[in-house]
Design a protein around this ligand. Structure first.
Ligand code: 13P
Ligand code: SF4
Length: 362
């Protein structure tokens, strides 16, 4: 049976039957399969995860598992990272291969190489610039960083990684998320005058040679469309309407939102922060809706609001539904190939170098 036929059959099955099938398949496959679930996954899928976490925790879990099959309920760059960090005979499956990340798509290999080349017309990037890629990026960019003395970071270790980057060389080129780079640097006391934005669609990124020579941080002009929907005025409204409320934000939010927030952290750090607060604490949270809704259910004694008045969901995280998860498990049980993510060997080696530099720092 082809993948499409199997999926069509599953979409004709009741949700209750699908959930029962997942339970059965999981029980029969036992330790052969590890299901990883990112915090933004919908509840019906998240409930089946053997391990949950933010990008760093899930990468660490992938690096340490012996399971022959890993089903990654997350997005493409996460499954690629797992493939890089696991042994060659371990299989990583992304239930819906169309589950990408729009931010990761904002920097591609050729654009970053072009940037490096343009920088070389002004400075010597190989001796003065540490390339730092957010984990939300392609394996090719992680390989670029490995090859050029650079490193990967996540939202939970960006400060430590950037500190390392500046210890190696005087400048950092940070891609693809402008906001994580900017928010982290500001917290580290870097002056905004020391940062420039690199627009990949303009010559020299839209900068003068002098500005490039002066800069300590070159920020790629990329963003997460989900997190950009949160605004500082939403925080003002929340504070006006709910005395004592804490504003909590993911560092992919804009500088204005992060500056007004009481707490900024990765998805895992946000969960820890809410959990540690005393009963009755009030929160308005600026991150993806599925996580905020789950926090509401987990902590009914702590009133929790979604910061934005409009819904901000990650549509690609949402692509993984019980049908795709069930199809992945069925394919493993029947010994068939199904949406395996395989990073080409040419990228794997250097990508592993940059990821391992990060894991060693963590
Ligand atoms: P975390 O690493 O904080 O889970 O973030 C991943 C992500 O894609 C946020 O948009
Ligand atoms: Fe990518 Fe944004 Fe979705 Fe995170 S929330 S996976 S950064 S699109």
């Amino acid at each position: 049976m082809t993948t499409n036929t199997l999926l069509r059959q599953l979409y004709d099955t009741t949700e209750q039957d699908i959930l029962a099938q997942i339970h059965e398949l999981k029980a029969s496959l036992g330790d052969r399969v590890l299901i990883l679930g990112h915090h933004y996954q919908r509840e019906e899928v998240f409930a089946f995860a053997d391990a949950t976490g933010d990008s760093l925790k899930l990468a660490q879990t992938a690096a340490s598992t012996q399971a022959p099959f890993i089903i990654f309920c997350g997005v493409h760059f996460m499954a690629e990272t797992a493939d890089i960090l696991t042994a060659d005979d371990q299989v990583v499956i992304l239930p819906d291969p169309a589950a990408g990340c729009s931010m990761a798509d904002m920097a591609d290999d050729s654009q970053v190489r072009q940037c490096w080349q343009e920088l070389a017309g002004v400075i010597d990037p190989d001796t003065t610039v540490t390339p730092v890629t957010y984990i939300n990026s392609t394996a090719a960019l992680k390989a670029f960083c490995g090859e050029h003395g650079g490193i990967v970071c996540t939202s939970s270790n960006a400060q430590k990684v950037m500190q390392w980057g500046w210890q190696q060389r005087e400048k950092i080129l940070f891609f693809p998320d402008q906001h994580l780079g900017e928010n982290t640097a500001l917290r580290m006391g870097i002056d905004e005058a020391e940062m420039i934005i690199w627009d990949p669609f303009r010559p020299l990124g839209g900068n003068t040679p002098e500005a490039i020579r002066q800069a300590r941080l070159i920020l790629w002009k990329g963003f997460c469309s989900v997190h950009q929907l949160f605004k500082a005025e939403h925080a003002e409204t929340m504070r006006r309407n709910h005395a004592g409320i804490q504003i909590v934000a993911h560092p992919e939010c804009s500088r204005e939102v992060c500056e007004t927030a009481d707490f900024v952290g990765s998805t895992e750090a946000i969960i820890r922060h809410v959990k540690a607060a005393p009963a009755g604490s009030k929160f308005a949270i600026a991150t993806e809706l599925n996580l905020v809704n789950r926090l509401r259910l987990q902590f009914p004694d702590k009133p929790i609001w979604f910061l934005s008045p409009t819904i901000c969901m990650c549509s690609t995280m949402f692509r993984t539904d019980p049908q795709h998860l069930c199809a992945s498990l069925q394919a493993i049980a029947e010994g068939k190939g199904y949406h395996q993510i395989t990073v080409p060997d040419a990228q794997k080696g250097w990508a592993k170098v940059s990821l391992e530099r990060m894991l060693q720092l963590a």
